[in-house]
Design a protein around this ligand. Structure first.
Ligand code: HMG
Ligand code: MG
Length: 310
């Protein structure tokens, strides 16, 4: 174990999208812009800023276009957004997005609740996104949700995940993010699923997206890292959840991931102190404490006048 850890990891920050989509308190556009600008200054290299979806489904992100127009785009940071269909892509292109992400689930019921379509219909609709995006010089990422379990159907067949990953790769996405939407995966299962997917998709085209509902996210990430996967989706503070996966907690916290990686000598380029400052500010905007364990320890150490390691 730990013989194949990468020397560097890309953190794909999903807090402004996966994090805020789940927050009840409305956050103003200018607060979102300030939040994303603060994230851009932490050394993060990829930030998912919002979703161009039906605003009736995700009201918190109805201002995606204004947010995209308002943020300062730092050189060296890739800004992306979620798009479910051609309408979303057109809106993203209109505001100069340079990367978009399509999404579907490995289980029919979650897929239907999330995008109102069958899996087959959803994939077919991606053809309206991927080719035109590429023609416009835009990179396309894909998420597969409910990889390790579905809130409605329970167990998910890994063969379905492998088939979807193969299909998405053939359709031309540059990266596939495997989502543990309800945070139910455990390391032996994760290793089994990832090894099967790695037979079809190289490690550098995969990302890991673990929600930390049951506290297994970091353990699961270690398994994937040791298999050579070097892109990790995480959300500042541990914000997040899926409105169509009841009970799903936040994404694994970016602070916790960065602390873990730096402690193992793996570079991320992220300044943990700056991240914690941004996390504290978003905590007061959303009106609740952040679940991040590192943040709590850091704030405790700060209150005691000590420096926390990392
Ligand atoms: P629908 O209602 O079936 O769509 O929704 P429709 O095609 O019948 O259109 C209905 C209306 O929506 C029309 O407007 C369209 O113009 C409009 P109307 O004529 O009624 O005025 N519309 C749009 N408006 C803005 N942007 C668009 C768009 N498309 C249609 N792109 C749809 C289908 C997919 C749009 C809907 O189901 C939807 O927006 N779903 C979003 C769900 C969502 O965002 N879920 C959370 C993100 S996924 C997630 O969190 C998991 C992830 O983190 C990974 C993991 O954790 O596993 C990624
Ligand atoms: Mg998610």
């Amino acid at each position: 174990m730990f013989d194949h850890l990468p020397s560097e990891v890309t953190i794909y920050e999903v807090g402004p999208r996966d994090g805020l989509q789940n927050e009840a308190r409305p956050i103003s556009t200018s607060d979102k812009v300030t939040f994303i600008d603060a994230l851009s200054a932490t050394g993060l290299r990829a930030i998912e800023i919002s979703s161009f979806v039906n605003p009736k489904w995700i009201p918190q992100l109805a201002d995606a276009a204004e947010v995209a127009r308002g943020i300062r785009r730092s050189p060296g940071v890739r800004y992306s957004c979620l798009v479910p269909n051609r309408t979303g892509l057109d809106k993203a292109l209109a505001v100069g997005m340079e990367e978009v992400a399509v999404f579907l689930s490995a289980s029919e019921t979650h897929n239907r609740k999330n995008v109102n379509k069958t899996i087959v219909e959803t994939i077919a609709a991606f053809d309206e996104v991927i080719a035109p995006a590429q023609a416009a010089g835009i990179r396309v990422r894909a998420y597969v949700s409910t990889v390790y379990g579905c809130p409605y159907e329970g167990a998910v067949d890994p063969a379905v995940v492998v088939r979807l990953a193969r299909d998405l790769r053939q359709r031309g996405v540059y990266q596939i993010s495997l989502g543990d939407t309800i945070g139910i995966g455990t390391p032996v299962q994760v290793r089994d699923v990832l090894l099967r997917v790695l037979d079809e998709v190289p490690a550098q085209e995969l990302a890991m997206h673990f929600h930390d509902t049951r506290g297994t996210a970091l353990a699961n990430l270690l398994v994937g890292l040791d298999l050579g996967i070097s892109t990790i989706d995480s959300a500042i503070g541990g914000l997040g959840g899926c409105p169509y996966a009841p009970g799903a907690a936040g994404n694994v916290a970016t602070e916790d991931v960065v602390f873990l990686l730096h402690g193992m000598g793996i570079k991320t380029g992220v300044d943990l102190e700056a991240l914690c400052n941004a996390s504290q500010r978003i905590s007061s905007l959303v009106g609740h404490e952040m679940p991040s364990k590192y943040l709590k320890a850091h704030l405790g150490a700060r209150a005691r006048g000590q420096r926390s390691r990392g």
